[in-house]
Design a protein around this ligand. Structure first.
Ligand SMILES: Cc1ncc(COP(=O)(O)O)c(C=O)c1O
Length: 409
């Protein structure tokens, strides 16, 4: 028996034991754990009956589609932009993204366009891709390089094809790769609309701007300011929310754009709502207060989730390190670890782990249309399970990666 055959037999025994154990573990979605949600329980009841703002607004009543001034200021601090550039929405930034794209598609159609394409840095966030599919926007994969998307490729594509109308970016601690775009890349993105023949929308989803895993934060240049210098600011939409700061299902969301663009979007929104939940906006202002409050709160999250990331990385290193079985990211922030198997193996690993009771995000989900051309990428989300569950799940996972790889050599 060769060394590989012996190892394969050993792994198969281990794997069979996992299957027999009847595990039920989940590493799929990047959800905060109950312990993280508990950090924000104080939100409930924080207003203690005080609903009237300094300007006399009663937050319980209708109105104020752009949000209460105090929450717009909080969003402006979070996004590093001016308060008049920010609107505050309901609990989901994804909803704002969906509607912003709907609003733009309507504008482009009114201007006579009928074909729409978006650039999608890959691997990326599956729900961005779902929005495109919903609007029949064709998606074009753009590889993520060490410092952000491949800008040479993007500039070339945008200058050659007027149907390319936009790009999705998760510029800081990206989902799933964890990388932060460099200054050079952000400067080139700010200039993209100048290369486009007929309008261009930058969807800048800054979902993880304060989600540091280390004691430091990575620096992300201010896109809106850079775009203003280039005269392209009207084509920028910056998104964020408190979903992974306070409560994932009951936070508040933010959209930053130029005041002119906000006004146009307000008109679009006003056909469907008289205003978002201002009571929750005020709760968040009382609870988080300002940027210092947000930062202090995020340290508490870090204390809970950092050991989980460390555990996953240790398991990967101990079992797969130095064996040419897989490569993976070591993020300094965000919610994910991105692992690449050898080409062609991701779906097999996910299926094997599933059969042993460990649910992983479906292979391909990090690519438009669910199609990872090399079938390599797997997104690991360590935040939700307990340390004990994570420990077990990772034992299964690394066994599946090694088994799938050796089984095909
Ligand atoms: C990059 C990115 N954007 C947006 C969201 C969802 O944001 P929200 O809860 O504000 O809709 C997520 C959640 O996983 C995400 O990873």
């Amino acid at each position: 028996m060769s060394k590989t055959e012996a190892r394969l037999a050993e792994l198969q025994i281990q794997y069979d034991q996992f299957v027999e154990a009847g595990l039920k573990l989940d590493l799929t979605r990047g959800k905060p754990s109950a312990e993280q949600l508990d950090l924000s329980n104080e939100l409930d009841g924080i207003l203690k009956g005080f609903y009237i703002l300094q300007d006399g607004t009663d937050v319980r009543n209708y109105g104020g589609i752009l949000g209460i001034p105090e929450a717009r200021k909080l969003g402006a601090d979070l996004l590093g932009v001016s308060t008049d550039s920010v609107m505050v929405g309901g609990n989901s930034s994804l909803t704002l993204m969906y509607h912003y794209v709907a609003h733009k598609v309507r504008q482009w159609r009114a201007a006579g366009a009928s074909e729409f394409k978006f650039l999608c840095p890959v691997p990326g966030y599956d729900r961005h891709f779902t929005i495109c599919e919903d609007f029949d926007i064709e998606m074009i994969n753009v590889p993520l390089l060490a410092d952000g998307p491949d800008m040479d490729m993007i500039e070339k594509l945008v200058s050659e094809d007027a149907a390319i109308k936009g790009i999705w970016c998760v510029p800081k601690y990206a989902n799933p790769t964890g990388q932060t775009y460099s200054r050079g890349v952000v400067e080139r993105i700010a200039a993209l609309p100048l290369a486009a023949a007929d309008g261009f929308q930058i969807m800048w989803d800054n979902a993880y701007s304060v989600h540091d895993l280390e004691g430091t934060t990575e620096d992300l240049p201010d896109l809106l300011a850079l775009a203003a210098e280039k005269g392209t600011a009207d084509q920028v939409a910056i998104l964020a929310s408190t979903s992974k700061i306070t409560l994932a299902g009951a936070g508040i969301s933010f959209l930053a754009a130029t005041p002119a663009q906000l006004k146009a979007f307000e008109k679009y929104l006003s056909a469907q709502t008289i205003g978002f939940d201002k009571v929750n906006q005020l709760r968040h202002v009382h609870f988080l207060e300002d940027m210092d409050g947000i930062k202090a709160h995020m340290v508490k999250h870090r204390d809970i989730i950092k050991p989980k990331f460390d555990l996953v990385l240790k398991k990967l290193q101990d079992h797969l390190g130095g064996k040419d079985l897989a490569t993976w990211t070591t993020p300094a922030g965000g919610y994910f670890i991105s692992l690449d198997t050898k080409p062609g193996l991701a779906s097999e690993v996910v299926a094997m782990a599933g059969a042993a009771g460990v649910k992983l995000t479906p292979a391909g989900a990090t690519y438009p249309y669910g199609k990872d051309p090399d079938n390599t990428n797997i997104r690991i989300a360590p935040t939700y399970p307990s340390i004990e569950e994570l420990d077990q799940a990772m034992d299964v996972f690394v066994t599946c990666v090694e088994l799938a790889t050796l089984g095909t050599v």
